[in-house]
Design a protein around this ligand. Structure first.
Ligand SMILES: [Zn+2]
Length: 259
C-alpha cells in the first residue's frame, strides 16, 4: 500500500518539469531560429572577411545600390555655410587698402566715395542690431569668409562719357545662389535712388569678381556699382545717405525673405 505522499513527493516534480519543458519548447525553438536569422542578416551585411563574396554577388546583380560610397572630404567652412549660423554681413569698401579706383579731375577718388557709403551702410545695419563689418578690397578676412551675405560697393568712372552714363548695376556670384540678394538689392536700390539699371556696362571684372572666388561657397555675394561718379556724383557724395540706406534695405529684404 502506498502512502498518499509518494505520488506527490517523488513523481510529481519530475512530471511538472517535463511538462514545463514541453510547453516552453516552441519558445526555445523560436529563440534559436530568431538568433540564427539575425546572425544570417548580420553576416549578409558585414563587408569584412569572407562575407565580401555575398556582398559582391548582390552588388553585381544590379538589384541593389552599393552599400558603400566614397564621399570626397568636404571643407569645414562649406559645411558651416550650409547650416544657419549667426547673422554676419560683410561690406567690401571698394578699392580700400589697395588703390584709389576711378579718380576725378578734382582729385575725388572712387575709394573715398565707396568708403563713405560703406560706413553708412554698416552704421545703418548696426543700429538694427545686425552684425556688420567693413572689409578692404583684398582683405585677409575674405579667405573662406562664411556669413549671411557679402556686398562689395564700387562706383563707376568719373569721366564724362555720354548722357547715358548714369545708373547702377549689380552682379552676383556664380558660386552660390545670390539671385535673391541681387533681386532684393535691385528693387531697393532702384526705388530709393531712382537711378536706371545700367546693364550695358556689367563688365567681366564684375562677373568674375575676385572676392567671389575667395569666400566660402554657400555665402551669397554681390558687387554693386552704385552710380557714375560724373553724372550721379551729387547723389553719391552729397546725398550718400540715400544709396547707403537703399543698400541696407536691400540686405534687410534678403534676410527677411531667406529666413
Ligand atoms: Zn571700382
Amino acid at each position: 500500500m502506498s502512502s498518499p505522499y509518494e505520488d506527490n513527493t517523488w513523481e510529481s516534480p519530475n512530471a511538472s518539469w517535463l511538462a514545463l519543458l514541453g510547453r516552453a519548447l516552441p519558445f526555445f525553438v523560436f529563440l534559436v531560429l530568431a538568433g540564427a536569422g539575425m546572425y544570417a542578416v548580420f553576416l549578409f551585411f558585414s563587408p569584412s572577411g569572407t562575407d565580401l563574396g555575398v556582398v559582391e554577388t548582390v552588388r553585381s546583380s544590379g538589384l541593389s545600390a552599393p552599400f558603400f560610397k566614397t564621399t570626397p572630404p568636404k571643407l569645414v567652412s562649406q559645411r558651416l555655410a550650409q547650416s544657419p549660423g549667426p547673422i554676419r554681413i560683410a561690406i567690401i569698401s571698394g578699392h580700400r587698402g589697395y588703390d584709389p579706383g576711378a579718380v576725378c579731375e578734382d582729385g575725388l577718388t572712387e575709394a573715398e566715395v565707396n568708403f563713405n557709403i560703406a560706413e553708412k551702410v554698416v552704421a545703418n545695419l548696426r543700429l538694427r542690431g545686425i552684425r556688420a563689418t567693413i572689409l578692404d578690397e583684398y582683405d585677409n578676412q575674405l579667405q573662406d569668409f562664411s556669413g549671411t551675405a557679402l556686398i562689395s560697393i564700387h562706383a563707376d568712372s568719373c569721366d564724362y562719357i555720354n548722357e547715358q552714363a548714369t545708373g547702377y548695376k549689380i552682379a552676383g556670384s556664380a558660386f552660390s545662389d545670390s539671385s535673391l540678394l541681387q533681386s532684393c538689392m535691385e528693387n531697393s536700390y532702384e526705388t530709393a535712388t531712382q537711378l536706371p539699371y545700367h546693364p550695358g556696362t556689367v563688365t567681366a571684372d564684375m562677373l568674375d569678381y575676385h572676392a567671389f572666388y575667395d569666400i566660402a561657397q554657400g555665402t551669397p555675394a554681390i558687387i554693386i556699382e552704385t552710380g557714375f561718379m560724373n553724372l550721379d556724383r551729387e547723389l553719391l557724395t552729397e546725398r550718400s545717405d540715400v544709396p547707403a540706406n537703399a543698400i541696407a534695405d536691400g540686405i534687410l529684404c534678403f534676410m527677411g525673405a531667406s529666413r
